[in-house]
Design a protein around this ligand. Structure first.
Ligand code: SF4
Length: 453
C-alpha cells in the first residue's frame, strides 16, 4: 500500500522551491502526495522563522498535522527548526527534525524511521547541524513547480549581511552559491517542460558567486549574478528572466548595462530599501546610503524605459523619530515606486534590534504605515496611468471573472497585472502564451485592460 504524504510551505520563495523539491523527492520514493487537509502517513512542514509570528504559525501547522492523524510521522523542516532546535526537539508533535541544508535527506530519514518502527522502536529523528559552519550549497532539484507559467528556482542560500532586525543569517548560515551548471540543467529541464518564465531567487541573491573559490571561477571571467544571467539567457524556450529581491550595492553601471543588453530580462527591480533615512539605515546595519540608492534607481531608469522599481520599507524601527519618518516619506515620494511592501517593525527574538530600548509604540507604527499606504496609492496609479494607449506584452496565466464578464489575466514584463476581455462564451487556450495588447483603461485598481493587437 503506497504511503500518503502531505506538505505545507511557510515563508519565502526559497522555502517554496525547497518544499516543491521535497514533494518531488517523496513522489520519486513512491509516496502518494495528498493535500495537507487530508489524512496522511507523513506530514512535512517547511517552517519559517522570519518573525515571532512566523514561529508561532509554524508550530500551529505542526500541531494541526499531528491532530489530523496522531499516528502520522510529522516532519518539521527549515528555519524554525534551525533557530529553535531545543524547543522543536521538546515538541511531542514532531517526530523528525530536519535543519536547513539537510532537506535532501528527507526520504532516507523517513526510510530509517519506518525501519525502526518495524522493529517496534520509536525514536525522534533529527538531522540539524550548526548552519554557520556550513560552506556547501545543498543541491536540490525541481523539474516543475506548482505554477504553470513561471518557475521560481533557487540559486543561492545564506546571508552575510546581519541587518540588526533580521534572524535569517542565523537560520540560513553564510552565503553559498549553486554551481552554474546545476542552475542551467534546471532551467533547460523547466524549458523542456513548458516553462517560459524563470525567476531566479535566493536568500541574498546579490551575493551570488562571492563564495566561489578562485579555482571555481572560470578561466575567462568571474562567476557572479550577471554572468549567470547571461548563461540562463541563452537557454532556448525561456522567454522571460526575472529575479528576486536585490541589494542596492549590486546596481552598478556594468550590472545594469549588462542586463539592458539581454532582451529576455524583465525590467522589474525589487530593490530592498527598508528606510529612506541614513540614520535609520545605520541603526539597521544596512550597507548603503540613500544617495547610493537614488543613484542606482537613476541608473536603472537610464538603461530601461519605464522599469518597475519596487521595494520593502520598515516603519517604526527602534529610535525612528517623527523627523526621520518624514525624511523616509520624502525619499519614497522622490523615487516614485510602483509598489512598496510596507512592514511595521516587529521585534524578533535573538536579533540586536530587539535589545534596543528605544522601541516605538504599536499605534505610532500603525499611523506611519497608514500614511505610507496613502502615498503609495498615488505613486502606484501614476505608474499604471503611463500605460494608457501603450502596447504591452502579456504572459497569459488564467481566466478570471469580474461581474458577468470573463477576462484572461496575466502579467507584463514589469510584473503589472493585465487582462484581455474574452468574447461571450469563449474560453481560448491562451495559458502560458505571450500576447500583445493595447491598454485602453484600468480594470479594477491594479489591472491594465488591454485589447488584442
Ligand atoms: S540582507 Fe539583511 S534583511 Fe536580508 S536576509 Fe540578509 S540579514 Fe536579513
Amino acid at each position: 500500500m503506497r504511503r500518503k504524504a502531505a506538505l505545507h510551505n511557510l515563508g519565502c520563495k526559497v522555502n517554496a522551491y525547497e518544499t516543491e523539491s521535497m514533494r518531488q523527492m517523496l513522489e520519486q520514493a513512491g509516496y502518494e502526495i495528498v493535500p495537507f487537509e487530508e489524512q496522511a502517513d507523513v506530514y512535512v512542514i517547511n517552517t519559517c522563522s522570519v518573525t515571532n509570528i512566523a514561529d508561532r504559525k509554524s508550530r500551529q501547522m505542526i500541531h494541526r498535522a499531528k491532530k489530523r492523524n496522531p499516528d502520522s510521522v510529522v516532519v518539521a523542516a527549515g528555519c524554525y527548526v534551525q533557530t529553535s532546535e531545543e524547543q522543536a526537539r521538546a515538541d511531542e508533535a514532531i517526530d523528525l527534525l530536519i535543519g536547513n541544508n539537510k532537506k535532501h535527506e528527507l526520504a532516507e530519514l523517513l526510510e530509517h524511521f519506518w525501519e525502526e518502527e518495524k522493529r517496534g522502536r520509536y525514536e525522534k529523528e533529527s538531522s540539524v547541524e550548526d548552519i554557520a559552519q556550513n560552506q556547501e550549497y545543498e543541491e536540490l532539484k525541481v523539474t516543475g513547480t506548482g505554477e504553470h507559467t513561471r518557475a521560481f528556482i533557487k540559486i543561492q542560500d545564506g546571508c552575510n549581511q546581519f541587518c540588526s532586525y533580521c534572524i535569517i543569517p542565523y537560520a540560513r548560515g553564510r552565503v553559498r552559491s549553486r554551481k552554474p551548471e546545476d542552475v542551467l540543467w534546471e532551467v533547460r529541464t523547466l524549458a523542456q517542460n513548458g516553462y517560459r518564465e524563470i525567476v531566479l531567487t535566493g536568500i541574498h541573491l546579490s551575493s551570488y558567486g562571492v563564495d566561489f573559490k578562485p579555482q571555481e571561477q572560470s578561466q575567462e571571467k568571474d562567476v557572479n549574478l550577471l554572468s549567470l544571467i547571461r548563461q540562463v539567457h541563452e537557454v532556448e524556450g525561456i522567454d522571460r528572466i526575472r529575479f528576486g529581491s536585490l541589494e542596492p550595492k549590486i546596481i552598478t553601471e556594468e550590472f545594469v548595462k549588462g542586463l539592458s543588453e539581454l532582451p529576455k530580462i524583465c525590467p522589474h527591480f525589487h530593490l530592498s530599501l527598508q528606510s529612506g533615512c541614513d540614520d535609520t539605515l545605520k541603526r539597521m546595519n544596512r550597507k548603503y546610503t540613500c544617495e547610493e540608492y537614488r543613484a542606482g534607481c537613476n541608473l536603472i531608469r537610464r538603461y530601461f524605459s519605464h522599469p518597475a522599481i519596487t521595494t520593502d520599507v520598515i516603519v517604526g524601527f527602534p529610535g525612528e523619530t517623527p523627523e526621520e519618518f518624514e525624511v523616509t516619506r520624502k525619499f519614497l515620494k522622490e523615487i516614485r515606486f510602483f509598489e512598496i511592501h510596507i512592514f511595521k517593525y516587529s521585534m524578533r527574538k535573538g536579533t540586536p534590534a530587539a535589545q534596543r530600548k528605544d522601541q516605538i509604540p504599536e499605534e505610532i507604527k500603525s499611523a506611519r504605515s497608514d500614511v505610507l499606504f496613502e502615498d503609495l496609492a498615488e505613486m502606484n496609479q501614476e505608474y499604471l496611468n503611463w500605460y494608457r494607449e501603450k502596447e504591452i506584452e502579456i504572459l497569459m496565466e488564467e481566466i478570471v471573472s469580474f461581474g458577468e464578464k470573463k477576462y484572461f489575466l496575466g502579467h507584463t514584463k514589469e510584473y503589472v497585472k493585465a487582462a484581455i476581455l474574452l468574447p461571450e462564451g469563449e474560453e481560448p487556450d491562451w495559458e502560458n502564451k505571450l500576447l500583445k495588447g493595447r491598454v485602453v483603461s484600468l480594470l479594477k485598481e491594479h489591472i491594465l485592460l488591454a485589447e488584442r493587437c
